[in-house]
Design a protein around this ligand. Sequence first.
Ligand code: ADP
Ligand code: MG
Length: 508
Amino acid sequence: MSSSPGKILFEMKGIGKSFPGVKALQGVNLTVREGQVHALLGENGAGKSTLIKILSGAYSKDEGQIFFEGKPVDIRGPQDAQALGISTIYQEFNLARNLTVAENIFLGHLPRKGLAVDWALVKQRSREILDSLGVTFSVDTLTSTLSVAEQQLVEIAKSLNRKTRILIMDEPSAVLGEKDLEKLFDVVRSLQAQGIGVIYISHRLKEIFELADEVTVLKDGRYIDTRKVADVTMDDLIKLMIGRELKDVYPQRSAAPGEVLLEVDHVSRTKLVHDVSFKLHAGEIVGFAGITGSGRTELVRTIFGADPYTGEMRILGQPYKPRSPADAIHHGVALVTEDRKAQGLFLKLNVTINTTISGLKQLCRSGVIQLSRELALVQKMIKDLSIKTPGPNFIVVNMSGGNQQKVVLARWLSIGTRIFILDEPTRGIDVGSKSEIYQIMHDLTKKGVGIIMISSELPEVLGMSDRIMVMRQGTIVKELSRAEANEEAIMSYAVGSEAGGALGHTNN
Ligand code: ADP
Ligand code: MG
C-alpha cells in the first residue's frame, strides 16, 4: 500500500442515474489520484458498475459533474473516455478469440509501414507490454487457447497500449483462483507504480485490505463514505456496506414449530449414512453441522431421492419413498445446492419465465398457458418474497445476487414446495446478500415451509437453526437446541472429542 498521494486525476461529484423503476445512483462522489488504487465497495446492486459505466462512457449520467485534472469534462461515449485515458476491463472480455495476443493488443489501431501493417512493431511492442506485466506467454498465442486469467492480462495489456491514465477493473477477481489473484495483484501494483490510477471494484473485503489505498463505499445507489484503508477495520467496512453491525445479520427467530412435515426413520445408505432419524416441522429450520465427509450431503441426496436407501420416510404422516429427484420434487421437496449456476436460472430471460417454467403444466389449459393465471402467480411471488424488480418482465441478469436467489426460491414455491433442503445456501456470497438470504429463509418458515440447512459456517448454523444436528461418520451424533448450542460444543461432537460417553447416540 503506497500512501504518497499523487495529484488528483479526476473527480465525480453528485452523480445520479435512474433506470426504469430503479434509482441506480444518487449523489455519488468519487475522487481518484495518480498512482492510487481506489476500491469501490458495495453489495450487489449498490451501483458500482453503473458508476464506472458513466465514467467510461457506456452510460450517460442524469445528474452530477465530472472533472478531469480539475477541468469539467463531458463524457458522451466510449471514445471520449478513451481520449481522456480511461480504460475499463469488464467482466466479459472484449477480445477477439480467433486472433493472436498481439493482434488483440493492437486491435483497431494497427501501425502501418507504407501500405502494409508493421507486424514487426506490433509484435515487439506487444512483447514489451507483456514483459512489463511479467507475462511469459508468446504474443503469437491464439487468444482462445488462453486461460481466463491470461485473457484478463491481455485485456490489461490492450489498455496499456492506449496510453491509459485510469484503469477501471470491474470485479476482476470474480473469475480468478487464488494463485491468479496474487498475479493480478502484482500487476495492479506495477500499474500503480507507473502512476496509473486504478479503480478496483470488489465486494471482497480481504482484497481491499491487501491492495487499496482508499475505499469508497456505496449502498443502495447512495454514496456512504470514502476512507483511507489504513484507517478502517474490516468491521467498519461491513457496517458501512450493509448499514448495520455484523451481529444483526441474522433475523430474530422465535421457534413455533407446527405439524411434522418430514419424518426420517432409521435411514441408511450404502456408504456414509447410517441409521439416521429426525423430524422436520413446519416453520422450522434444522441445521446440519459436521466436518467434510460426515455424510450430510449424502443424507440430503437420499432424502431427495437421488440414491437407494433402507429405512422409512414420511411426509405429513404419509409414506414417502422417493425413487428419483423428480419424484421428490413431485412430493414438494426441493434441494438447492451451493452451485447456484446449476440451479437453472435463465439469466437472459425475465422474472416471469424463470418463476413459472417448472410449473407451466399447472398453468395450462388444453396445452395453452393461461397468461392471466401466470401473471397473478408471479405477482404474488414478487410480493411474498419481496423480490426487488421493476416488474415481472424484468430480465434476471440485471438483478442482484440475492434477488436472483429469491427467483430460484419463487420457482420452487410456485410448484408447492414445502420442504426445502439448502446445501451451503450462502457460500461465496458477500456478507450483505447473506443477510438478505437469511431473511428469505426466515420469511419462508413463517409461511409454513420447513428448511433443512447444511452449512459449514458455524456462525450461520448458530444464527439460523432452531435445532442443530451434528453429524459424524454418517450418523447424527448429537442434537443440540438453540439454547445449548455453541461453536465449541458443535465442533467437539463433529470431530468426536466430546467428554467421554456424553453422546446422544453412539456410532459403532
Ligand atoms: P453493482 O455493480 O454494485 O452490483 P449495478 O450498478 O449493476 O450494481 O446496479 C445498480 C442498480 O441498477 C441495480 O438495482 C440494478 O438492478 C440496476 N441496473 C443496472 N443496470 C441496469 C440496466 N441496464 N437496466 C435497468 N436497471 C439496471
Ligand atoms: Mg457490478
